[in-house]
Design a protein around this ligand. Structure first.
Ligand SMILES: *Cc1c(COP(=O)(O)O)cnc(C)c1O
Ligand code: SF4
Length: 520
């Protein structure tokens, strides 16, 4: 039995037991409360009542200047209970540590997320929380487009009935006449296409609805000043359909089609104005390039949207890649699980799993708001996640869509609950004036991303990236200085500065390392 009381407990006991000069006497109510707690702490073989007694005594001491003795509890009694607490606790945690330290630390940590918890469902409701209203929208849109349930629930039906003109859109959601005229002007130059499903995520009456911002082009796209910088692909495409920035990863731009066309699309030039089918010859040339380049380890099938490809083509492409020895991993880039989740059927899942069984396959998606996670898209992602190595999200930081702490935390947490891992947050590109209005300052993005550390779980925190001829991580350094062998680090969540001894360079540089010690 360990009779020793630790420093935390001794300090707490001193604090509770020292008489307070000039303190008024406790009321009967306080005394009764304390005596009740004391009874429980004596009788029960549990830590909880002991903690509750000490916590209450501390509160009465801190806020009402009442000492334990004044409340009728002796120091000896408290010491006995403190010893018993330590005996009961599996990790021999002292009551002084728990009440004096841990509860206070947890209290401070809680305060960091209280504001988020209070605001998240109001400021950034997910499609799950809005599901009743989305279903009402779906009923209305389905009837207006004369779609039966079967058409609604099939990918082909969603594409066949896709909303491609402003008049059609105006008949489904409330659009002010000025917006209609402007959208008509812009869509002469840029494509608009929303699946009926994606359209149903728009909340009528919401100005700058985050779904509309992503899918309905506005006048800014043509009015933004600036000369378009040519698409990067032109100088990074070493072979037909192939883009290459890095030695060991290439992308195959497998189609120019998407189920929905994003207003902030980086590939806007490649998407063009009309759907094109690519020939097997084109894929063949891309595969030939990969086949003869043994450095290439990871192949990303993108588009447009890879899941717009028919299953037969997708299966063939994955099979081809799986026959190339040096290709060890694959990825599919797609927004279809958020824009048309009906695409995710058993046949597709079987194709993904079969390929993943041969070499790991990841699905990389783009979800920008919690709104895009509905019960239907959540289900689609969870089903995919069961069949592949990982489902990763690349969000784009976009003004009005996700440019606040509350919205971004909520996005990351909501997608994680759909088994999607936050991977990247891209600062919106400077290359295309079409979406200059969506850009958010880098510093603001950093504040948002860094606010996640210590407050949401580590595997829900993405990396913040600016694309400038490759992906450049934008993390502000948490290393604020160095003194001798020590780094000065700042905790991003509360600004606290701590010293961190770095590895000893002499030890690190020594030849006397590990197994080398056995050779001389
Ligand atoms: C993003 C990207 C990659 C892959 O980048 P990771 O950092 O490995 O995810 C490869 N090629 C191109 C052209 C890309 O845009
Ligand atoms: S899904 Fe991707 S490729 Fe297609 S329009 Fe959106 S951002 Fe562009």
């Amino acid at each position: 039995m360990n009779g020793q009381l630790d420093q935390y407990t001794i300090e707490l006991l001193d604090h509770l037991c020292d008489p307070v000069p000039g303190a008024s006497a406790p009321g009967a109510k306080e005394k009764d409360t304390v005596q009740d707690l004391l009874q429980k702490a004596r009788q029960e073989e549990r830590t909880g009542p002991i903690v509750e007694l000490f916590r209450t005594l501390k509160e009465l001491r801190d806020h009402s200047s009442l000492s334990a003795r004044a409340l009728g509890v002796s120091r000896e009694e408290l010491e006995r209970l403190a010893r018993r607490h330590q005996e009961i606790d599996e990790h021999m945690v002292s009551v002084g540590g728990r009440v004096g330290q841990a509860l206070a630390i947890v209290g401070q940590a809680n305060a960091r997320v209280d504001d988020y918890l209070e605001r998240k469902d109001r400021e950034a409701p997910s499609g799950i929380e809005l599901w009743d209203r989305i279903q009402e929208n779906q009923e209305r849109i389905r009837k207006a487009l004369a779609m039966d349930e079967e058409a609604w629930n099939s990918f082909a039906g969603q594409i066949r009935h896709a909303v491609g003109s402003v008049d059609e859109l105006a008949s489904l959601i409330d659009l002010p006449p000025a917006a209609v005229a402007d959208i008509a002007r812009v869509t002469r130059n840029y494509r608009m296409r929303l699946t009926p499903y994606y359209t149903s995520l728009i909340m009528p009456g919401e100005i700058n609805d985050p779904i509309m911002l992503q899918s309905v082009p506005t006048g800014e796209m043509v009015d933004n000043a600036g000369i378009e910088i040519p698409p990067v692909a032109a100088d990074h495409s070493p072979a037909r359909l192939v883009d290459q920035f890095y030695p060991r990863v290439v992308t195959i731009k497998s189609t120019n089609m998407c189920a929905m066309y994003c207003t902030h699309c980086l590939r806007i030039a490649h998407i063009g104005r009309k759907d094109k089918m690519f020939s097997k010859d084109a894929y063949g040339e891309a595969l030939d390039y990969i086949r003869v380049n043994p450095r290439i380890r990871d192949v990303l099938i993108t588009g447009g949207d890879a899941l717009v490809l028919p299953n037969s083509m997708l299966r063939w492409l994955l099979e081809q890649l799986d026959t190339i020895d040096h290709v060890r991993l694959k990825r599919l880039g797609t927004r279809v699980p958020v824009t048309a989740p009906m695409r995710v059927d058993e046949e597709l899942l079987d194709i993904l799993e079969a390929s993943n069984d041969i070499k790991p396959l990841r699905v990389v998606t783009q979800i920008n708001t919690a709104r895009e996670i509905t019960p239907v898209s959540q289900q689609a992602f969870r089903r995919i996640a069961k069949r592949v190595f990982a489902v990763l999200n690349q969000a784009v930081l976009l003004r009005g869509i996700n440019d606040s702490r509350v919205k971004m935390w909520k996005l990351c947490e909501t997608i994680q609950e759909a088994c999607v891992r936050p991977y990247y947050i891209f600062n919106c590109s400077y290359r295309n004036p079409q979406f200059a209005h969506f850009r958010v300052p880098v510093e603001k993005g950093r504040d948002i991303v860094e606010s996640m550390y210590g407050n949401i779980v580590g595997d829900a925190i993405p990396r913040y990236i600016a694309t400038a001829g490759g992906k450049i991580p934008m993390h502000r350094s948490n290393v604020v200085g160095r003194e001798g062998g020590e780094l000065i680090l700042r905790k991003p969540w509360n600004g606290e500065v701590v010293r961190y001894p770095d590895a000893d360079p002499d030890v690190y540089g020594s030849s006397d390392f590990s197994f080398s010690r056995y050779t001389s």
